[in-house]
Design a binder for this molecule. Structure first.
Ligand code: HEC
Length: 104
């Protein structure tokens, strides 16, 4: 019996952590992926740890700012909010969180 409860508990925990990040993933999948999945136009590819390590080292606040207001870097141009003006600042931050989580 105890064992069954433990299994259910782990399953619930897993579900909770997935849903907590679902929004960031959804925002990412609805737009940011157009460039960041394949690295179009010099964008750092999601999951490419090397491409992200120095960016992450700048701190999350700067990453959020660059994603929201846009950013001309060494490899290309990140348009403000990726060009998706309808996204709220919070949506963009969630997507950045998602990208960073997948890339470290
Ligand atoms: C049109 C292509 C394009 C789209 C769409 C796009 N990006 Fe980017 N992004 C770039 C490029 C290019 C860079 C790299 C700029 C550089 O470092 O030279 C970049 C860099 C970044 C960085 C790193 C900034 C830094 O300080 O190093 C973050 C974070 C980021 N994008 C988040 C996002 C998010 C979130 C979205 C979706 C809302 C998004 N991007 C959509 C092209 C894009």
């Amino acid at each position: 019996m105890k064992k069954q409860f433990a299994v259910i508990g782990v399953a619930l925990l897993g579900f909770a952590s997935v849903s907590a990040h679902a929004d960031g993933a959804a925002v990412y999948n609805s737009g940011c992926m157009a460039c960041h999945t394949t690295g179009v136009a010099g964008s750092p590819k999601i999951g490419d740890k090397e491409a992200w390590v120095e960016r992450i080292a700048q701190g999350m606040d700067l990453l959020y700012e660059h994603a929201i207001v846009g950013f001309q870097g060494k490899t290309g141009f990140m348009p403000p909010k990726g060009g998706f003006a309808h996204l709220s600042d919070d949506d963009v931050k969630l997507a950045v969180d998602h990208m960073v989580e997948q890339s470290q």
